[in-house]
Write a protein that binds this ligand. Structure first.
Ligand code: GDP
Ligand code: IMO
Ligand code: MG
Length: 425
């Protein structure tokens, strides 16, 4: 296997974890490079369902080292909860490593996220309320704590003297949140140090060097359309889920990446606010939601559902750097007579047709999808394991999607289980 990045090509929840878990078997190192516990990643195997948020989805293999990279944000309490839940399912954490450069989500980041969501009216993003935006904001403003600070009383003390005067003023004056004392944060950090101590890779440079000539899998969270630079801004997350994010968030440069797999559903879902041109607010959308069990892993919110959108997929192939596609949840259409695919957008004001993605999302309310309709296959495909055995109409659908998006579909997923996968040779 080449060094591969797995990214979401839509608005998240495409089935990235299933694909990462599958590929992790052949990887020596799996690195999660951005995001935090806003992610909800599901792996189903051996009759068990594992839910990951921050811990790399490669952790189920004993011989794979799993690394939480510098580009991530870590909320210690959520990490502890995830860790304990997975431990109770028998997961082994011997190979888990955490970058000392990862950023810490503190309690006030969660409070600010909640406050912003409740007070922004129409500007509400519909975040996961995991403090993601406020943590990345502080990182960019250079007033965040990193994992390594937990282990250096001097750094912690000096940094808190720099951070707290500014932070507390904003917390009190803008958000009406009680200020945090230095003693309170220091005591929390002592607790966090105990929690992370067995896993922090102070020797991360030696580790990354040691794996340079081995096989590396970079695990993305969220998806291209939630990217802070290329997504449906401002209705996005605060990191770079695109393939390029792997180069900034992992500790390896872009020359280490040989392949980018874009994971996409055979339809589209979105959680939270923001434009979604192919959204179905009718019984077809409800049918997809029901059959596809489209409810968020992290927040339990129902996911909005719509037809496959080749406009965003072409865009994701370009800006995500996608070389190969994994098409998931094709089985959700097993009972459908007709399947629509959006090939372009049409502006209802002047009839203008967009084949490329219009990045001004404030005009999306005027856009309607231009559909091509394909025949369904009306057959249970969840037990099929070879491409040749798929119904003709499924193959036609796959071929048309490839033509429309300009990239090859190398992996097909026909059910949640690790086994329910077809690799095309
Ligand atoms: P991620 O965030 O991209 O890793 O995806 P999630 O885990 O949030 O959501 C994907 C959901 O679809 C999970 O419940 C998976 O178990 C499930 N899933 C993945 N691939 C397939 C598939 O091919 N068919 C079906 N029916 N379910 C799938
Ligand atoms: P995975 O990795 C789907 C969405 C939120 C919200 C926006 C900003 O499981 O695909 P945030 O809490 O990040 O500030 O929220 O991004 N969002 C996701 N949607 N899957 C995810 O992760 C998501 N992570 C964040 O719903 O719209
Ligand atoms: Mg998810």
């Amino acid at each position: 296997m080449k060094n591969t990045v797995v990214i979401g090509a839509q608005w998240g929840d495409e089935g990235k974890a299933k694909i990462t878990d599958l590929l992790a078997e052949k990887a020596d190192l799996v690195i999660r490079y951005q995001g935090g516990c806003n992610a909800g990643h599901t792996v189903v195997t051996g009759g068990q369902t594992y839910k990951f948020h921050l811990i790399p989805s490669g952790i189920l293999y004993d011989n794979t080292t799993c690394f939480i990279g510098a580009g991530t944000v870590i909320h210690p309490e959520s990490f502890e909860k995830e860790f304990n839940e997975l431990k109770s399912q028998g997961v082994n954490f011997e190979n888990l490593k955490i970058s000392p450069l990862a950023t810490i989500t503190l309690p006030y980041h969660i409070e600010v996220d909640g406050w912003s969501e409740s007070n922004s009216g129409k500007g509400k993003i519909g975040t996961t309320k995991r403090g993601i935006g406020p943590t990345y904001t502080d990182k960019m403003a250079r007033i965040a704590l990193k994992i390594q600070d937990l282990f250096s009383p001097e750094a912690l003390s000096e940094k808190l003297d720099m951070i707290l005067p500014v932070k507390n003023k904003t917390l009190e004056k803008v958000y009406g949140i009680e200020p945090y004392s230095k003693d309170c944060i220091t005591a929390l950090c002592e607790k966090y140090a105990e929690l992370f101590k067995p896993y922090v890779a102070f020797d991360w440079q030696e580790i990354l060097n040691a794996y340079k000539n081995k096989t590396i899998l970079f695990e993305g969270a969220q998806g291209v359309m939630l990217d802070i630079d290329y997504g449906t801004y401002p209705f996005v997350t605060s990191s770079n889920p695109i393939g390029g994010g792997a180069a900034t968030g992992s500790g390896y440069g872009p020359t280490m990446i040989q392949e980018v797999i874009g994971v996409t559903k055979a339809y589209v879902t979105r959680v939270g606010e923001g434009p979604f041109v192919t959204e179905l607010k009718d019984e077809i959308g409800e049918k997809i939601q029901k059959i596809g069990h489209e409810f968020g892993v992290t927040t339990g919110r129902p996911r909005r559902c719509g037809w496959f959108d080749a406009v965003i997929m072409r865009y994701a192939v370009l800006v995500g750097g996608i070389t190969n596609i994994a098409l998931t949840k094709i089985d959700v259409f097993d009972t459908f007579d007709k399947i629509n695919v959006c090939v372009a957008y049409k502006d209802t004001r002047d009839g203008k047709v967009y084949k490329s993605y219009p990045t001004d999302v404030f005009i999306h309310k005027y856009l309607e999808p231009v559909y091509e309709t394909m025949e369904g296959w009306k057959q249970d495909i969840t037990g099929i394991r070879r491409y040749e055995d798929l119904p003709e109409n499924t193959k036609k659908y796959i071929k048309r999607v490839e033509e429309l998006v300009g990239a090859r579909i190398g992996i097909l997923s026909v059910g949640p289980d690790r086994e329910q996968t077809i690799f095309r040779v």
